[in-house]
Design a protein around this ligand. Structure first.
Ligand code: RB5
Length: 149
């Protein structure tokens, strides 16, 4: 099983603990960079730490959590080489892998999701990456890096 890097802010401490436990139960080696306390931290800092660790190599994917998942996913997507999805349900989590081939997935600890976060996470992990037209579009996403348009 692969290695996963995980990071969160104070808005998702409990959700992230559940995610870490679930990943470990599935056999992944998890590097959880924190935080474990509800003391306030800044989500861009947590995103930067996790993405930097991922880009250093050796990881299958990463998981990021904040109160909504919005701030930490926006932050991650600013970093070259990162594609971070913020799925709203199981279908979106599947597509995030199959069509967008994301290397990070984000969730919100304060969001009332219509489907369980751990089921969304499993859907992402277990979905195959589709090649062909989807791979071409992912290449086009990456070609937008540094673009001022
Ligand atoms: C922190 O209070 C909160 O803004 C953060 O967790 C996240 O929801 C931002 O997108």
């Amino acid at each position: 099983m692969g290695k996963v890097v995980v990071a969160n802010d104070h808005g998702a401490v409990e959700l992230t603990k559940q995610i870490v436990r679930h990943l470990q139960q599935r056999g992944f080696e998890v590097n959880h960079l924190g935080v474990l306390s509800t003391d306030s931290v800044d989500y861009p800092d947590m995103a930067a730490q996790a993405c930097g660790e991922f880009l250093a190599g050796g990881y299958e994917f990463g998981v990021l959590c904040c109160g909504t998942g919005i701030g930490i996913s926006i932050s991650a997507n600013k970093i070259d080489g990162i594609r971070c999805a913020l799925p709203q349900n199981i279908f979106a989590a599947q597509m995030a892998k199959s069509h967008n081939n994301v290397n990070f997935i984000a969730f919100g600890g304060r969001i009332a999701y219509p489907e369980p976060v751990l089921a969304m996470l499993d859907a992402y992990i277990d979905s195959p990456v589709e090649e062909g037209r989807h791979a071409k579009r992912v290449q086009k996403i990456m070609a937008l890096e540094g673009c001022t348009c």
